[in-house]
Design a protein around this ligand. Structure first.
Ligand code: PXG
Length: 440
Protein backbone atom coordinates (compact mmCIF):
# COMPACT_ATOMS: atom_id res chain seq x y z
CA UNK A 1 0.00 0.00 0.00
CA UNK A 2 2.74 2.44 0.86
CA UNK A 3 4.43 1.85 -2.48
CA UNK A 4 1.54 2.82 -4.77
CA UNK A 5 3.02 4.87 -7.56
CA UNK A 6 1.43 7.17 -10.11
CA UNK A 7 0.75 4.40 -12.62
CA UNK A 8 -1.07 2.28 -10.06
CA UNK A 9 -3.66 5.03 -9.72
CA UNK A 10 -4.56 5.43 -13.38
CA UNK A 11 -7.18 2.71 -13.91
CA UNK A 12 -9.56 3.83 -11.20
CA UNK A 13 -11.97 6.60 -12.21
CA UNK A 14 -12.88 7.98 -8.82
CA UNK A 15 -16.42 9.16 -7.93
CA UNK A 16 -17.16 12.81 -7.12
CA UNK A 17 -13.41 13.45 -7.10
CA UNK A 18 -11.04 15.83 -8.84
CA UNK A 19 -9.20 12.84 -10.33
CA UNK A 20 -6.21 14.64 -11.85
CA UNK A 21 -5.61 16.71 -8.74
CA UNK A 22 -6.05 13.72 -6.45
CA UNK A 23 -3.61 11.57 -8.38
CA UNK A 24 -0.95 14.28 -8.14
CA UNK A 25 -1.09 14.02 -4.35
CA UNK A 26 -3.18 11.03 -3.30
CA UNK A 27 -4.70 10.82 0.14
CA UNK A 28 -4.91 7.19 1.12
CA UNK A 29 -6.55 5.37 3.99
CA UNK A 30 -5.52 1.85 4.85
CA UNK A 31 -7.03 0.83 8.16
CA UNK A 32 -9.76 1.90 10.54
CA UNK A 33 -10.68 1.23 14.13
CA UNK A 34 -13.20 2.92 16.40
CA UNK A 35 -13.07 6.69 15.82
CA UNK A 36 -9.95 6.53 13.70
CA UNK A 37 -8.50 5.88 10.29
CA UNK A 38 -4.86 5.15 9.65
CA UNK A 39 -2.94 6.03 6.51
CA UNK A 40 -0.71 3.43 4.82
CA UNK A 41 2.22 5.00 6.70
CA UNK A 42 0.37 4.44 9.97
CA UNK A 43 -0.56 8.08 10.58
CA UNK A 44 -3.73 8.45 12.69
CA UNK A 45 -6.67 10.41 11.25
CA UNK A 46 -9.64 11.16 13.51
CA UNK A 47 -12.88 10.42 11.65
CA UNK A 48 -15.07 13.51 11.82
CA UNK A 49 -17.57 12.27 9.24
CA UNK A 50 -18.22 8.58 10.01
CA UNK A 51 -16.60 7.70 6.69
CA UNK A 52 -19.25 9.40 4.61
CA UNK A 53 -22.07 9.70 7.16
CA UNK A 54 -22.34 5.93 7.45
CA UNK A 55 -20.10 4.31 10.06
CA UNK A 56 -22.39 5.27 12.93
CA UNK A 57 -21.21 2.54 15.33
CA UNK A 58 -17.55 3.27 14.69
CA UNK A 59 -15.04 1.29 12.66
CA UNK A 60 -13.99 -2.30 12.90
CA UNK A 61 -16.91 -3.68 14.88
CA UNK A 62 -16.08 -7.31 15.55
CA UNK A 63 -19.72 -8.37 15.92
CA UNK A 64 -20.44 -7.24 12.36
CA UNK A 65 -17.30 -8.88 11.02
CA UNK A 66 -18.28 -12.13 12.70
CA UNK A 67 -21.87 -12.01 11.45
CA UNK A 68 -20.85 -11.29 7.86
CA UNK A 69 -18.13 -13.95 7.94
CA UNK A 70 -20.60 -16.50 9.31
CA UNK A 71 -23.16 -15.65 6.65
CA UNK A 72 -20.58 -15.82 3.87
CA UNK A 73 -19.61 -19.31 4.96
CA UNK A 74 -23.24 -20.41 5.35
CA UNK A 75 -24.85 -18.98 2.24
CA UNK A 76 -22.99 -16.45 0.13
CA UNK A 77 -25.79 -15.38 -2.15
CA UNK A 78 -29.41 -16.28 -2.72
CA UNK A 79 -31.95 -14.87 -5.14
CA UNK A 80 -34.83 -12.78 -3.84
CA UNK A 81 -36.96 -12.98 -6.95
CA UNK A 82 -39.64 -15.59 -6.17
CA UNK A 83 -37.35 -16.91 -3.41
CA UNK A 84 -36.47 -15.79 0.10
CA UNK A 85 -34.10 -16.34 3.00
CA UNK A 86 -34.43 -15.91 6.77
CA UNK A 87 -32.01 -12.97 7.27
CA UNK A 88 -33.96 -10.86 4.74
CA UNK A 89 -37.24 -11.31 6.59
CA UNK A 90 -35.55 -10.85 9.96
CA UNK A 91 -33.94 -7.55 8.99
CA UNK A 92 -37.16 -6.20 7.47
CA UNK A 93 -39.04 -7.08 10.68
CA UNK A 94 -36.42 -5.41 12.87
CA UNK A 95 -36.31 -2.32 10.70
CA UNK A 96 -40.09 -2.03 10.67
CA UNK A 97 -40.01 -2.00 14.48
CA UNK A 98 -37.56 0.95 14.44
CA UNK A 99 -39.64 3.05 12.06
CA UNK A 100 -42.27 5.60 12.99
CA UNK A 101 -45.56 3.80 13.64
CA UNK A 102 -47.23 2.72 10.42
CA UNK A 103 -44.14 2.56 8.21
CA UNK A 104 -43.83 -1.16 8.54
CA UNK A 105 -43.25 -2.51 5.07
CA UNK A 106 -39.66 -2.56 3.80
CA UNK A 107 -38.19 -2.84 0.29
CA UNK A 108 -34.43 -3.50 0.08
CA UNK A 109 -31.99 -1.81 -2.31
CA UNK A 110 -28.20 -1.42 -2.38
CA UNK A 111 -27.69 2.30 -1.97
CA UNK A 112 -29.31 5.60 -1.22
CA UNK A 113 -29.66 6.37 -4.91
CA UNK A 114 -31.53 3.14 -5.50
CA UNK A 115 -33.71 3.78 -2.48
CA UNK A 116 -34.72 7.16 -3.85
CA UNK A 117 -35.55 5.87 -7.32
CA UNK A 118 -37.46 2.99 -5.72
CA UNK A 119 -39.52 5.36 -3.57
CA UNK A 120 -40.33 7.63 -6.52
CA UNK A 121 -41.44 4.63 -8.58
CA UNK A 122 -43.57 3.31 -5.73
CA UNK A 123 -45.21 6.72 -5.31
CA UNK A 124 -46.27 6.91 -8.94
CA UNK A 125 -47.34 3.27 -9.07
CA UNK A 126 -49.29 3.62 -5.83
CA UNK A 127 -51.54 6.29 -7.26
CA UNK A 128 -52.07 4.23 -10.40
CA UNK A 129 -52.98 1.17 -8.34
CA UNK A 130 -55.69 3.28 -6.74
CA UNK A 131 -57.04 4.49 -10.06
CA UNK A 132 -55.44 7.92 -9.61
CA UNK A 133 -52.96 7.54 -12.46
CA UNK A 134 -52.83 11.24 -13.39
CA UNK A 135 -50.73 11.79 -10.27
CA UNK A 136 -47.30 11.56 -11.87
CA UNK A 137 -45.66 14.84 -10.95
CA UNK A 138 -42.79 14.76 -8.45
CA UNK A 139 -41.69 17.65 -6.29
CA UNK A 140 -38.16 18.01 -4.94
CA UNK A 141 -36.35 20.98 -3.47
CA UNK A 142 -33.55 23.28 -4.49
CA UNK A 143 -30.26 22.20 -2.91
CA UNK A 144 -31.71 18.74 -2.31
CA UNK A 145 -29.49 15.71 -2.84
CA UNK A 146 -31.13 12.41 -3.60
CA UNK A 147 -28.34 10.41 -5.13
CA UNK A 148 -27.35 10.05 -8.73
CA UNK A 149 -30.00 7.99 -10.52
CA UNK A 150 -32.06 9.78 -13.15
CA UNK A 151 -34.93 10.04 -10.68
CA UNK A 152 -32.66 11.31 -7.93
CA UNK A 153 -30.95 13.98 -10.01
CA UNK A 154 -34.30 15.07 -11.41
CA UNK A 155 -35.85 15.76 -8.01
CA UNK A 156 -32.47 16.86 -6.66
CA UNK A 157 -31.49 20.48 -6.69
CA UNK A 158 -27.74 20.59 -7.32
CA UNK A 159 -26.88 22.23 -10.61
CA UNK A 160 -23.60 20.38 -11.17
CA UNK A 161 -25.43 17.06 -10.88
CA UNK A 162 -28.08 18.15 -13.38
CA UNK A 163 -26.75 20.40 -16.11
CA UNK A 164 -24.85 17.69 -18.01
CA UNK A 165 -28.04 15.64 -18.29
CA UNK A 166 -30.54 18.45 -18.35
CA UNK A 167 -32.24 17.23 -21.53
CA UNK A 168 -32.70 13.77 -20.03
CA UNK A 169 -34.08 14.57 -16.61
CA UNK A 170 -37.45 12.97 -16.00
CA UNK A 171 -40.35 15.20 -16.99
CA UNK A 172 -42.98 16.55 -14.65
CA UNK A 173 -40.72 17.64 -11.80
CA UNK A 174 -40.83 20.87 -9.81
CA UNK A 175 -38.80 22.17 -6.92
CA UNK A 176 -39.62 23.95 -3.71
CA UNK A 177 -37.25 26.68 -2.71
CA UNK A 178 -34.52 25.68 -0.27
CA UNK A 179 -34.68 26.88 3.31
CA UNK A 180 -31.16 28.21 3.78
CA UNK A 181 -31.32 31.84 4.86
CA UNK A 182 -28.22 33.27 6.47
CA UNK A 183 -29.65 36.77 6.56
CA UNK A 184 -32.34 35.70 9.00
CA UNK A 185 -30.98 32.50 10.57
CA UNK A 186 -27.19 32.70 10.87
CA UNK A 187 -25.71 31.04 13.97
CA UNK A 188 -28.91 29.17 14.78
CA UNK A 189 -28.63 26.55 17.46
CA UNK A 190 -30.75 23.65 16.27
CA UNK A 191 -33.73 24.43 14.07
CA UNK A 192 -33.75 27.98 12.69
CA UNK A 193 -36.58 30.27 13.68
CA UNK A 194 -37.47 31.70 10.28
CA UNK A 195 -38.76 30.01 7.16
CA UNK A 196 -41.74 27.76 7.92
CA UNK A 197 -43.64 29.72 5.27
CA UNK A 198 -41.32 28.34 2.59
CA UNK A 199 -43.39 25.14 2.78
CA UNK A 200 -46.19 27.15 1.18
CA UNK A 201 -44.30 26.81 -2.10
CA UNK A 202 -46.09 23.50 -2.30
CA UNK A 203 -49.45 25.30 -2.26
CA UNK A 204 -48.19 27.43 -5.12
CA UNK A 205 -47.32 24.34 -7.15
CA UNK A 206 -50.69 22.80 -6.34
CA UNK A 207 -52.36 25.97 -7.59
CA UNK A 208 -50.30 25.81 -10.78
CA UNK A 209 -50.62 22.12 -11.64
CA UNK A 210 -53.61 20.96 -9.59
CA UNK A 211 -53.12 18.42 -6.83
CA UNK A 212 -54.64 15.69 -8.99
CA UNK A 213 -51.40 15.63 -11.03
CA UNK A 214 -48.94 15.49 -8.11
CA UNK A 215 -47.72 12.12 -6.82
CA UNK A 216 -45.17 12.97 -4.16
CA UNK A 217 -42.86 15.44 -2.49
CA UNK A 218 -39.37 14.33 -1.49
CA UNK A 219 -37.15 16.22 0.94
CA UNK A 220 -34.25 15.52 3.26
CA UNK A 221 -35.38 16.43 6.80
CA UNK A 222 -31.87 17.87 7.14
CA UNK A 223 -30.08 18.41 3.83
CA UNK A 224 -26.54 17.08 4.22
CA UNK A 225 -24.71 17.10 0.93
CA UNK A 226 -25.42 20.72 0.17
CA UNK A 227 -24.05 21.93 3.44
CA UNK A 228 -26.20 20.98 6.43
CA UNK A 229 -29.43 22.87 5.87
CA UNK A 230 -31.79 22.57 8.81
CA UNK A 231 -35.56 22.62 8.62
CA UNK A 232 -36.96 25.86 10.04
CA UNK A 233 -39.25 25.41 13.02
CA UNK A 234 -42.69 24.37 11.78
CA UNK A 235 -41.56 23.78 8.19
CA UNK A 236 -41.82 19.99 8.04
CA UNK A 237 -45.14 20.09 9.90
CA UNK A 238 -46.50 22.51 7.33
CA UNK A 239 -45.27 20.39 4.43
CA UNK A 240 -47.02 17.38 5.99
CA UNK A 241 -50.27 19.31 6.42
CA UNK A 242 -50.26 20.53 2.81
CA UNK A 243 -49.54 17.02 1.51
CA UNK A 244 -52.40 15.68 3.61
CA UNK A 245 -54.79 18.32 2.37
CA UNK A 246 -54.09 17.37 -1.23
CA UNK A 247 -53.51 13.60 -1.16
CA UNK A 248 -49.80 14.01 -1.98
CA UNK A 249 -47.33 11.48 -0.60
CA UNK A 250 -44.49 12.82 1.53
CA UNK A 251 -41.12 11.08 1.26
CA UNK A 252 -38.33 11.78 3.74
CA UNK A 253 -34.91 10.95 2.36
CA UNK A 254 -33.17 9.85 5.55
CA UNK A 255 -30.05 8.43 3.96
CA UNK A 256 -27.93 10.58 6.26
CA UNK A 257 -30.38 11.49 9.03
CA UNK A 258 -31.38 7.87 9.68
CA UNK A 259 -29.91 5.62 12.36
CA UNK A 260 -29.38 8.00 15.21
CA UNK A 261 -27.74 10.99 13.58
CA UNK A 262 -30.26 13.48 15.00
CA UNK A 263 -30.69 11.89 18.44
CA UNK A 264 -33.66 9.68 17.53
CA UNK A 265 -33.60 6.59 15.32
CA UNK A 266 -34.97 8.66 12.42
CA UNK A 267 -35.42 12.38 11.90
CA UNK A 268 -39.13 11.72 11.36
CA UNK A 269 -39.34 10.76 15.03
CA UNK A 270 -37.04 13.55 16.17
CA UNK A 271 -39.15 16.19 14.40
CA UNK A 272 -42.43 14.35 15.12
CA UNK A 273 -43.52 14.46 11.50
CA UNK A 274 -44.41 11.14 9.91
CA UNK A 275 -43.87 10.84 6.17
CA UNK A 276 -45.45 8.18 3.96
CA UNK A 277 -42.11 6.70 2.97
CA UNK A 278 -38.56 6.87 4.31
CA UNK A 279 -35.50 6.17 2.18
CA UNK A 280 -32.36 5.01 3.96
CA UNK A 281 -28.93 3.42 3.38
CA UNK A 282 -25.50 4.16 4.92
CA UNK A 283 -25.96 3.53 8.66
CA UNK A 284 -28.20 0.55 7.96
CA UNK A 285 -25.12 -1.69 7.79
CA UNK A 286 -22.70 0.68 9.51
CA UNK A 287 -21.41 1.35 6.01
CA UNK A 288 -19.64 -1.98 5.76
CA UNK A 289 -21.79 -3.75 3.15
CA UNK A 290 -23.71 -1.66 0.61
CA UNK A 291 -27.41 -1.68 1.41
CA UNK A 292 -30.40 0.62 1.23
CA UNK A 293 -34.07 0.34 2.01
CA UNK A 294 -37.39 2.08 1.60
CA UNK A 295 -39.88 1.89 4.45
CA UNK A 296 -43.47 2.51 3.37
CA UNK A 297 -46.77 2.81 5.11
CA UNK A 298 -48.68 -0.42 5.15
CA UNK A 299 -51.57 1.26 3.33
CA UNK A 300 -49.25 2.03 0.41
CA UNK A 301 -47.97 -1.52 0.30
CA UNK A 302 -51.51 -2.90 0.58
CA UNK A 303 -52.71 -0.84 -2.38
CA UNK A 304 -50.47 -3.03 -4.56
CA UNK A 305 -51.75 -6.31 -3.11
CA UNK A 306 -54.61 -6.85 -5.51
CA UNK A 307 -55.27 -8.73 -8.72
CA UNK A 308 -54.79 -12.47 -9.12
CA UNK A 309 -52.66 -14.00 -6.32
CA UNK A 310 -50.10 -15.26 -8.83
CA UNK A 311 -49.44 -11.78 -10.22
CA UNK A 312 -46.20 -9.96 -9.39
CA UNK A 313 -47.42 -6.77 -7.71
CA UNK A 314 -44.41 -4.51 -8.31
CA UNK A 315 -42.11 -4.91 -11.29
CA UNK A 316 -39.05 -3.60 -9.54
CA UNK A 317 -36.09 -5.04 -7.67
CA UNK A 318 -32.35 -5.65 -7.73
CA UNK A 319 -30.22 -8.79 -8.04
CA UNK A 320 -28.76 -7.81 -4.70
CA UNK A 321 -31.96 -6.72 -2.92
CA UNK A 322 -31.64 -8.17 0.60
CA UNK A 323 -28.21 -9.61 -0.17
CA UNK A 324 -27.50 -12.15 2.59
CA UNK A 325 -24.22 -10.48 3.59
CA UNK A 326 -25.88 -7.08 3.80
CA UNK A 327 -28.71 -8.56 5.87
CA UNK A 328 -26.23 -10.17 8.24
CA UNK A 329 -24.37 -6.87 8.54
CA UNK A 330 -27.66 -5.01 9.07
CA UNK A 331 -28.85 -7.36 11.80
CA UNK A 332 -25.52 -7.17 13.62
CA UNK A 333 -25.47 -3.39 13.24
CA UNK A 334 -28.97 -2.92 14.63
CA UNK A 335 -28.01 -5.17 17.52
CA UNK A 336 -25.04 -2.92 18.36
CA UNK A 337 -27.17 0.22 18.03
CA UNK A 338 -29.69 -1.27 20.44
CA UNK A 339 -27.23 -2.63 22.99
CA UNK A 340 -25.15 0.54 23.11
CA UNK A 341 -28.05 2.96 22.89
CA UNK A 342 -26.46 4.58 19.85
CA UNK A 343 -29.70 5.61 18.17
CA UNK A 344 -30.37 8.12 20.93
CA UNK A 345 -26.80 8.80 22.04
CA UNK A 346 -26.54 11.93 19.90
CA UNK A 347 -29.14 13.48 22.19
CA UNK A 348 -26.96 13.17 25.26
CA UNK A 349 -23.96 14.70 23.48
CA UNK A 350 -25.86 17.33 21.51
CA UNK A 351 -25.35 20.20 23.94
CA UNK A 352 -21.62 19.60 24.26
CA UNK A 353 -21.42 19.29 20.47
CA UNK A 354 -23.46 22.44 19.92
CA UNK A 355 -21.24 24.48 22.21
CA UNK A 356 -18.14 23.21 20.43
CA UNK A 357 -19.61 24.04 17.00
CA UNK A 358 -20.60 27.54 18.02
CA UNK A 359 -17.22 28.02 19.65
CA UNK A 360 -15.93 28.49 16.09
CA UNK A 361 -17.96 31.67 15.70
CA UNK A 362 -15.62 34.58 15.16
CA UNK A 363 -12.78 32.41 13.76
CA UNK A 364 -11.28 33.59 10.47
CA UNK A 365 -13.70 33.47 7.51
CA UNK A 366 -16.51 31.79 9.47
CA UNK A 367 -19.89 33.25 8.43
CA UNK A 368 -22.17 30.67 10.04
CA UNK A 369 -22.16 27.75 12.44
CA UNK A 370 -25.16 25.44 12.69
CA UNK A 371 -25.86 22.13 14.34
CA UNK A 372 -28.33 19.41 15.12
CA UNK A 373 -27.80 16.13 16.98
CA UNK A 374 -24.29 15.06 15.98
CA UNK A 375 -24.24 17.14 12.81
CA UNK A 376 -22.42 20.41 12.24
CA UNK A 377 -22.20 22.85 9.37
CA UNK A 378 -19.52 25.54 9.43
CA UNK A 379 -19.88 27.92 6.53
CA UNK A 380 -16.94 30.01 5.33
CA UNK A 381 -16.82 33.16 3.29
CA UNK A 382 -15.79 32.00 -0.21
CA UNK A 383 -12.63 33.38 -1.77
CA UNK A 384 -13.63 35.90 -4.43
CA UNK A 385 -14.20 34.06 -7.72
CA UNK A 386 -13.13 30.72 -6.25
CA UNK A 387 -16.10 29.03 -4.59
CA UNK A 388 -15.17 26.02 -2.51
CA UNK A 389 -11.41 26.65 -2.62
CA UNK A 390 -11.07 27.93 0.92
CA UNK A 391 -13.02 25.08 2.51
CA UNK A 392 -11.07 22.57 0.43
CA UNK A 393 -7.81 23.99 1.75
CA UNK A 394 -9.15 23.56 5.28
CA UNK A 395 -9.97 19.96 4.40
CA UNK A 396 -6.41 19.38 3.15
CA UNK A 397 -4.89 21.04 6.19
CA UNK A 398 -7.05 18.98 8.55
CA UNK A 399 -6.18 15.73 6.79
CA UNK A 400 -2.47 16.49 6.96
CA UNK A 401 -2.79 17.06 10.67
CA UNK A 402 -4.96 14.07 11.45
CA UNK A 403 -8.63 14.99 11.07
CA UNK A 404 -11.03 13.88 8.35
CA UNK A 405 -13.74 16.43 7.58
CA UNK A 406 -16.04 16.82 4.58
CA UNK A 407 -16.58 19.96 2.58
CA UNK A 408 -19.25 20.96 0.12
CA UNK A 409 -18.89 24.34 -1.48
CA UNK A 410 -17.52 26.48 1.33
CA UNK A 411 -19.32 24.61 4.07
CA UNK A 412 -17.53 22.17 6.33
CA UNK A 413 -19.75 19.29 7.41
CA UNK A 414 -19.09 17.14 10.45
CA UNK A 415 -20.98 13.95 11.28
CA UNK A 416 -18.81 11.74 13.49
CA UNK A 417 -19.45 8.15 14.50
CA UNK A 418 -22.08 8.12 17.24
CA UNK A 419 -19.61 6.45 19.63
CA UNK A 420 -17.74 9.76 19.87
CA UNK A 421 -16.54 10.81 23.34
CA UNK A 422 -16.23 14.37 24.65
CA UNK A 423 -12.42 14.21 24.32
CA UNK A 424 -12.82 13.53 20.60
CA UNK A 425 -15.13 16.51 20.28
CA UNK A 426 -12.51 18.73 21.89
CA UNK A 427 -9.79 17.34 19.64
CA UNK A 428 -11.90 17.74 16.51
CA UNK A 429 -12.84 21.35 17.10
CA UNK A 430 -9.38 22.21 18.38
CA UNK A 431 -7.83 20.96 15.15
CA UNK A 432 -10.44 22.66 13.06
CA UNK A 433 -9.87 25.97 14.81
CA UNK A 434 -6.14 25.67 14.15
CA UNK A 435 -6.74 24.86 10.50
CA UNK A 436 -9.05 27.88 10.15
CA UNK A 437 -6.31 30.05 11.61
CA UNK A 438 -3.75 28.71 9.13
CA UNK A 439 -5.78 28.78 5.91
CA UNK A 440 -5.88 32.17 4.24
N1 PXG B 1 -29.97 10.68 -0.46
C1 PXG B 1 -29.29 11.41 0.44
C2 PXG B 1 -30.03 12.33 1.34
C3 PXG B 1 -27.91 11.29 0.54
O1 PXG B 1 -27.24 12.02 1.43
C4 PXG B 1 -28.00 9.66 -1.25
C5 PXG B 1 -29.36 9.83 -1.29
C6 PXG B 1 -27.36 8.70 -2.20
O2 PXG B 1 -26.85 7.60 -1.55
P1 PXG B 1 -25.79 6.66 -2.28
O3 PXG B 1 -25.68 5.49 -1.34
O4 PXG B 1 -26.37 6.26 -3.58
O5 PXG B 1 -24.53 7.44 -2.43
C7 PXG B 1 -27.24 10.39 -0.32
C8 PXG B 1 -25.76 10.23 -0.29
C9 PXG B 1 -21.63 14.23 1.69
C10 PXG B 1 -22.07 13.03 0.93
O6 PXG B 1 -20.47 14.47 1.81
C11 PXG B 1 -23.35 12.58 1.10
C12 PXG B 1 -23.78 11.48 0.37
C13 PXG B 1 -22.91 10.82 -0.48
C14 PXG B 1 -21.63 11.28 -0.63
C15 PXG B 1 -21.20 12.38 0.08
O7 PXG B 1 -22.46 14.96 2.21
N2 PXG B 1 -25.09 11.11 0.54
Amino acid sequence: MTTLNRLDLEALWMPFTANRQFKQAPRLLARAQGMEYFTPEGRRVLDGVAGLWCVNAGHGREEITAAVTRQLATMDYAPQFQMGHPPGFALATELAALMPAGLDRVFFTNSGSESVDTALKIAIAYHRCRGDGARMRLIGRERGYHGVGFGGISVGGIVANRRMWSANLIPGVDHLRHTHDLARNAYSRGQPTHGAELADDLERLVALHDASTIAAVIVEPIAGSTGVLLPPQGYLERLRAICDAHGILLIFDEVITGFGRTGAPFAAQEFAVTPDMITMAKGLTNGCVPMGAVAVKQSIHDAFMQGPPGAIELFHGYTYSAHPLACAAGLATLDIYRREGLLTRAKSLAKRWEDAVHGLRGRPHVIDTRNYGLIAGIELEPRPGKPGARAFDVFLDCFERGLLIRTTGDTIALSPPLIIEPAHIDEMFGRLAEALARVA
